[in-house]
Design a protein. Sequence first.
Length: 277
Amino acid sequence: MSTALTHAPRYAPGQSRAVPRLLIALAFVLTSIFVVAPLVFIFWRAFADGWAVYVKNITDPMTLHAIWLTSVGAVIAVPINIAFGIAAAWAIARFRFPGRKLLMVLIEIPFSISPIIAGICYLLLYGRQGLLGPFLATHDLKIMFALPGILLVTMFVTAPFIAREVLPLMQAQGSEQEEAAVTLGARGWQVFSRVTLPNIRWALLYGAVLATARAVGEFGGVSVVSGAIRGQTNTLPLQIELMFNDLNTTGAFAAASTLTVIALVVLVVKAALESRR
């Protein structure tokens, strides 16, 4: 009885119960149409021709290479952005310096600029006909249409996530605990590892999860700087488009199911971290 009363929805005096229930029902219906139905359709189409065909499409050398390249990009880009995000958040939260607000604006730029524009900028800078193209060619360095170019775009689009999650927490917590640790004789690394890092660990992990999801799903910027070379610079999103263009619909949905599984795992981890914050 008490449990039922505790979990029963509360309404303001005179408030109609029909409106909240209608909004809740509408939310479930829209979620089912725009989120659940596409996910179900992806897996249904992926397995439409049977398990053997699904495995054949997933184990195709080009698809495996795309999965490998996508994973490598995320594994390299995310840790680099973790280091950048922590350093930027630390500097902004703990110090007052000229250009502090400008740094905060610069961190937000990847959220406001299309990844395709970023890819074009990198192409005009590091491409064969770009500003640094002759220098790179002279020293036999290849950035565009290779892994370094993919990493540059991936790091660009995922750069703000760590700092955006860690910075508000650092600002809210203040620096009293760190100052106390310094007073007690702790060195810089000891202060960070024993005081700062434990305080921001959940926000840091949350930001890393979001950055990972963004990294594996990036399409626009990567398509510009990679050249979409079959079996060489195609990431998983590009491989899905390639299969669709080749009229291999089942293979495209099979590859898409792999990307969907990654996204679902990320969402589960995200939900778990949110519950512990």
